[in-house]
Write a protein of this length. Sequence first.
Length: 81
Amino acid sequence: MHTQVKSWGNSQGIRLSKDVLEAAHISLDDILDIKISDNTITLVKQRRHKSLEERAAAYGGRLLLDGEYDWGTPVGREDWE
């Protein structure tokens, strides 16, 4: 696949097709880190930490922040006294 550097206001830019972005799991407004090494430009999607609300949703909206959590029985050499 090829693309071309073009003027974009006072800057230059490249366009990436929807297929390329989907293959890289990149969406509009995602933040990308730019790394330059040996005449190569690499774009890397920043890893975003989940919000507290997103983490709670993974547990059915229940976060036990004010008590103990039952982790089950020991599976190794843990000392649970």
